[in-house]
Design a protein around this ligand. Structure first.
Ligand SMILES: [Fe+2]
Length: 168
């Protein structure tokens, strides 16, 4: 079991003890639920052949989002960091290990990781955070994303599209 604070240094930048606690608790919980999954080896996407891990992607998206948030002003930076660090957490539950690799499990087909992540986070009672997790991908395209959710959504796709250019 990895300590979330070691995986995600930006937890240290969350100046809101409730939000920091949610991020830490949620990452503990998915590791407990998936003891066979090594987070450092879990790929961040199954759509392109990449060795980049979910942890690297999560840190990159959150770092980008924070820089944009600091530049633009008028945003809840604590929520932005927590949202970035949790946006893809559902993948730990929806990706299934097969041999040395991973594939999309039944939950990725029936609910997808934004919904599964949102359901996990909903239990902590912060629905601004649930909103960011749920709307970070296409699930949010027909919804009114919050400012923080807009940034996480775009940073997520920037990181994905740039990785795609490297491998395709
Ligand atoms: Fe992502």
């Amino acid at each position: 079991m990895y300590k979330p604070e070691h995986l995600f240094p930006l937890i240290g930048r969350i100046d809101d003890s409730d939000l920091a606690r949610i991020v830490i608790s949620a990452w503990h919980e998915v590791q407990e639920r998936r003891p066979g999954v090594d987070l450092k080896k879990l790929p961040f996407t199954l759509l392109i052949p990449t060795k980049r891990s979910l942890i690297d992607h999560t840190n990159a998206v959150t770092e980008m989002a924070l820089r944009i948030g600091e530049m633009k002003g008028g945003l809840n930076l604590n929520l932005l960091i927590a949202g970035g660090l949790l946006h893809d957490i559902g993948k730990v539950l929806t990706y299934e290990k097969r041999g040395e690799g991973y594939l999309a499990g039944p939950l990725e087909k029936t609910l997808r990781h934004p919904m599964v992540g949102a359901a996990l986070i909903a239990r902590f009672g912060n629905f601004d955070l649930v909103h960011i997790v749920y709307t970070h991908s296409h699930e949010g395209d027909n919804l009114r994303r919050s400012k923080e959710a807009i940034i996480i959504h775009h940073c997520d796709f920037i990181d994905f599209e740039l990785e795609k250019r490297k491998v395709q």
